[in-house]
Design a protein around this ligand. Structure first.
Ligand SMILES: [Cu+2]
Length: 70
């Protein structure tokens, strides 16, 4: 299981949290999603044989948020 933290811009309320949690939860291989509004952070635990950071990033963008590149 791989764990990653993504910096995400544009999350402002519980609705945003729910949107991201639901969207990422539909990706096969995602084990756990935790959204931290205060830190503008999304933490994901996933099986790297089933999904990858690119797919997860694309999904976050697809539902209307912006990733902050490191
Ligand atoms: Cu919101």
């Amino acid at each position: 299981m791989t764990k990653e933290s993504l910096k995400v811009e544009g999350m402002t309320c519980q609705h945003c949290v729910q949107t991201i949690t639901d969207a990422l939860g539909k990706i096969a291989g995602i084990n756990k999603v935790a959204v931290y509004l205060d830190k503008k952070e999304v933490q994901v635990d996933y099986n790297d044989e089933k999904t990858n950071l690119q797919e997860i990033s694309d999904k976050i963008v697809e539902v209307g948020f912006e990733l902050v590149k490191n």
